[in-house]
Design a protein around this ligand. Structure first.
Ligand code: GRF
Length: 207
């Protein structure tokens, strides 16, 4: 599959996906990186790896529909099969979710539906987890629809909250899990092992 990764910040999940391809764990390739932030680590990582990248922000367009048009034409030009959100801080507009139905995925640093929704991003998530005194959190890969953190869940992995954890130590541990989980989900998708039926995901187990 040809992947387009959308990222706004650091881009460590982008790196994990690029490395998974380099080490042969996935066969999909990141062929385009898009960021709304010209100073993002993700754009830097793309350049270092000679992957076409673009700073694309709705602010640079007269309206949302001109932005969508440009984005859709890039997706077509690069023959994108799957849009991968990796720390992308913007909503994907219905014009795109409509055309790429069940072909957009996101990773969230908690066990959705817990600790998800508007405002639940970055350290806010881990701070809320610590405050709630839960003992288990984790990471979730899910399909993207028009509501924040709402699409059908593909994969989840638990991470223990240790006594003495703060948002930072917990966030680091969750991030390490994300870096394994995202390539795992991409592998399942590229091998056609994920079936969506009545908003439920069924995963074909390998023998
Ligand atoms: C990750 O924690 C991801 O779950 C969330 O945003 C963060 C992005 O981190 N959606 P990075 O930019 O991939 O390092």
């Amino acid at each position: 599959m040809n992947l387009c990764v959308l990222a706004s910040g650091r881009g460590s999940n982008l790196k994990a996906i690029i490395n998974a391809r380099k080490s042969g764990n996935i066969s999909s390739r990141v062929v385009l990186v898009v960021s709304n932030n010209s100073a993002s680590g993700a754009l830097l990582t793309a350049k270092k790896n000679h992957i076409p990248s673009i700073h694309l922000s709705a602010k640079l367009f007269v309206d949302q529909s001109s932005f969508d048009k440009e984005f859709l034409s890039l997706l077509k030009k690069f023959k994108i099969d799957l849009i991968v959100l990796a720390g992308y801080m913007k909503m994907i507009s219905p014009a795109v979710t409509g055309k790429y139905k069940n072909r957009i995925i996101n990773i969230h640093p908690a066990l959705l539906p817990a600790f998800g929704g508007k405002g639940m991003y970055g350290m806010n998530v881990h701070e809320a987890v610590i405050k709630a005194k839960v003992r288990i959190t984790g990471a979730t890969v899910h399909y993207v629809d028009d509501v924040y953190d709402n699409g059908t869940i593909i994969l989840q992995k638990e991470v223990k909250v240790k006594p003495g954890d703060d948002a930072e130590t917990l966030g680091k541990r969750v991030l390490r899990t994300e870096h394994k989980l995202y390539p795992e989900a991409i592998k399942l998708l590229e091998e056609n092992k994920v079936t969506l039926r009545s908003n439920k995901v069924y995963i074909k187990q390998s023998k």
